[in-house]
Design a binder for this molecule. Structure first.
Ligand code: ATP
Ligand code: AMO
Length: 434
C-alpha cells in the first residue's frame, strides 16, 4: 500500500478520510475489547485504534502477533480524537506486515530504557528510531540546507575539491597516510589550497561542504577524525568581509532551523535563540588577559595557543558568539597575511562559541614572494607545494576565507554533550564501524 501521508500531515479535520501510513510498530497495547498499535514514522507517531466491534478479527490478530519495531503499512479511516497524539486516530481497514523485527532489540527506541552513547553508536540504525535522535539529524539537514541557501544567495558557487591529496595544509602531524598505487598520499585535512587556487581561476566566491580528515590522537568531546567542513573563499575581500559573511551565515542557519524545525526543537526541549549580529571582536591579547585571570591559566603567555581551559574562561566571560582577531603571526598557518603596520600580528580570526572554537579564517597572503618566504620560515618545502604556489604567479587577487566545522556548529546549536551525537557514524581513535 502506497503511503498517502506522514503522521504530521494528518489533521483532525480530515475526519472520515482514508489514509495509508507506513512505519514501525512503536508500541502494541491490548486491552481485550480495545487494542492499539502506535505506528512511528520519521515525522512522529500515529495511534491506530482497534475496537473489537469495529475492526476485522484478522487485522486485530495480525497486530497482536507483531513484534515491536516490525515494519507495517496501515490503511484506515481518520477519526478526530482529542485524547490521541496530534488529535486524531486511525481505524484500520487493512494492515500489511512489510518486515518482521527480531527480539530482543539491541536498544529501546522509545528511550524508556536509556543506553550509553557507545551502545547507541554500535546500533546507530536503531538509535536513529528514537524521536530525539531523529530530531538531531533533521536539524542537521536543515542547518546545512540553510547554509547552502545563504551562501548561494551571497553569490558563492559550490565546488568539490579532491579528498586524496599529496600535501598537508594545517600542519604535518595530523595526516592520515594512504597508499595510492605506488606512491604515498594523504586524506585531506582541509580544502584550503584548492579553494585558494579557485581564486586564481577567477571563480571569485566559492564554498564547499565536505569531509576533512584529521589524525587527532586524543579523545575529546569536540574532536572527530572525520568531520564535515563548511569552507568559503572570497576574492577581492578582506578578513573583515569574511568575518561578516561568517557571522551572517551562523545567524541565518539558526534562524532557518528555528523557523523550520519547530517539532524537532520541541522534541529536544530547546528554545533556540538566534545570535545577534555583528558578533563581538576581541583581540588575541585581550583574550589572553581574560584567560589569565583564571588560576589554571595564570601561566599562559602572549604567543601561546589558547588552551581548552582558556577558551572556556573567555567563553564564560563573553557569554555569546565572538571573534578573536589580531593573532600573533607565528602561531597561525603560513597562508595568513601579516598586518601592514605590525607584521608580528596577522589578519587571521577564530569564531568562538562560549563552549569552543567553531571556525578559523584569515585574509590570505596573495603575494608570491612573501608567501614563499612565509613557507620557508615555517619549515615547509615550497617545492612540494609547487602546484599551489604556481597559481600565485600569474595574477592572484587578494582574497580571504574561512572553514567552519559543521558538527561543532550543530553540537553547540543543540547543546549536545558530545560531538559524536552530531554525526551519524562517528570516526574516532577506536571506532571504525559501523
Ligand atoms: P466510539 O463510540 O466512537 O467508538 P467511544 O467513546 O465509545 O467511541 P471509548 O472506548 O470511550 O470509545 O474510547 C474512545 C477513544 O479513547 C478511543 O478511540 C481511544 O482513542 C481512547 N482510549 C480509550 N481507552 C484508552 C486507553 N486505555 N488508552 C489510550 N486511549 C484510550
Ligand atoms: P582549522 O584547522 O581551524 O582551519 O579548522 C576549521 C574548523 O574545522 C573544525 N574542525 C574539527 N571539527 C571536529 N573535529 C576535528 N578534528 C576538527 N578539526 C577542525 C573546527 C575548526 O574551527 N584551512 C583552515 C580554515 C581557513 O582558514 O579557511 C582550517 O582548516 O570547527
Amino acid at each position: 500500500m502506497k503511503r498517502t501521508h506522514y503522521s504530521k500531515d494528518i489533521t483532525p479535520d480530515m475526519n472520515g478520510s482514508t489514509v495509508v501510513i507506513n512505519g514501525w510498530a512503536h508500541e502494541i497495547r491490548d486491552f481485550g475489547g480495545l487494542s492499539f498499535l502506535i505506528v512511528r514514522d520519521r515525522e512522529g507517531l500515529v495511534q491506530v485504534t482497534m475496537p473489537k466491534k469495529k475492526v476485522a478479527k484478522e487485522i486485530i490478530d495480525t497486530v497482536k502477533g507483531l513484534s515491536r519495531e516490525s515494519v507495517v503499512s496501515v490503511k484506515g479511516e481518520v477519526k478526530a480524537m482529542e485524547k490521541a497524539p496530534n488529535g486524531y486516530e486511525v481505524i484500520p481497514t487493512a494492515v500489511e506486515i512489510l518486515a518482521r523485527s527480531e527480539a530482543p532489540l539491541p536498544l529501546d527506541p522509545t528511550g524508556k530504557v536509556p543506553a550509553d552513547l557507545d551502545t547507541r553508536l554500535d546500533s546507530r540504525f536503531m538509535d536513529l528510531r528514537s524521536p530525539e535522535v531523529t530530531a538531531v539529524f533533521y536539524v542537521r539537514a536543515y542547518m546545512i540546507r540553510g547554509i547552502r541557501e545563504y551562501l548561494s544567495s551571497q553569490g558563492c558557487l559550490e565546488i568539490s575539491t579532491p579528498k586524496i591529496v599529496a600535501t598537508a595544509t594545517e600542519g604535518g602531524t595530523e595526516l592520515f597516510p594512504i597508499s595510492y598505487f605506488e606512491r604515498e598520499a594523504f586524506l585531506n585535512q582541509s580544502p584550503q589550497l584548492y579553494k585558494q587556487m579557485m581564486m586564481a581561476g577567477g571563480m571569485d566566491r566559492v564554498y564547499e561542504i565536505g569531509p576533512i580528515f584529521r589524525a587527532e590522537e586524543h579523545a575529546t568531546r569536540k574532536h572527530l577524525n572525520e568531520a564535515t567542513s563548511i569552507d568559503v573563499e572570497l576574492s577581492f575581500a578582506t578578513h573583515e568581509d569574511a568575518m561578516q559573511l561568517l557571522e551572517n551565515t551562523v545567524a541565518y542557519a539558526y534562524a532557518y532551523v528555528k523557523e523550520r524545525c519547530r517539532p524537532q526543537l520541541k522534541a529536544l526541549n530547546l528554545d533556540l535563540q538566534v545570535p545577534g549580529t555583528p558578533f563581538k571582536r576581541l583581540s588575541y591579547r585581550e583574550a589572553i588577559e581574560i584567560a589569565r585571570q583564571d588560576p589554571e591559566c595564570a601561566g599562559l603567555e602572549y604567543g601561546d595557543d589558547l588552551s581548552t581551559q582558556a577558551e572556556h574562561v573567555v567563553g564564560q566571560a563573553i557569554g555569546e558568539h565572538y571573534f578573536i582577531v589580531d593573532w600573533p603571526a607565528n602561531i597561525r598557518a603560513f597562508y595568513s597575511q601579516p598586518c601592514d603596520d605590525d607584521p608580528s600580528i596577522c589578519k587571521a580570526f577564530d569564531l568562538m562559541h562560549p563552549r569552543m572554537e567553531l571556525a578559523s579564517g584569515a585574509q590570505r597572503e596573495h603575494r608570491y614572494e612573501r608567501l614563499v618566504k612565509k613557507m620557508v620560515e615555517k619549515n615547509l618545502d615550497p617545492e612540494s607545494f609547487k602546484f599551489y604556489l604556481d597559481s600565485f604567479r600569474y595574477g592572484m587577487p587578494p582574497h580571504a576565507g574561512w572553514g567552519m566545522g559543521a558538527e561543532r556548529l550543530l553540537q553547540t546549536m543543540l547543546n549536545l554533550n558530545n560531538i559524536r551525537e552530531a554525526v551519524l557514524f562517528p570516526r574516532d581513535r577506536v571506532r571504525l564501524t559501523p
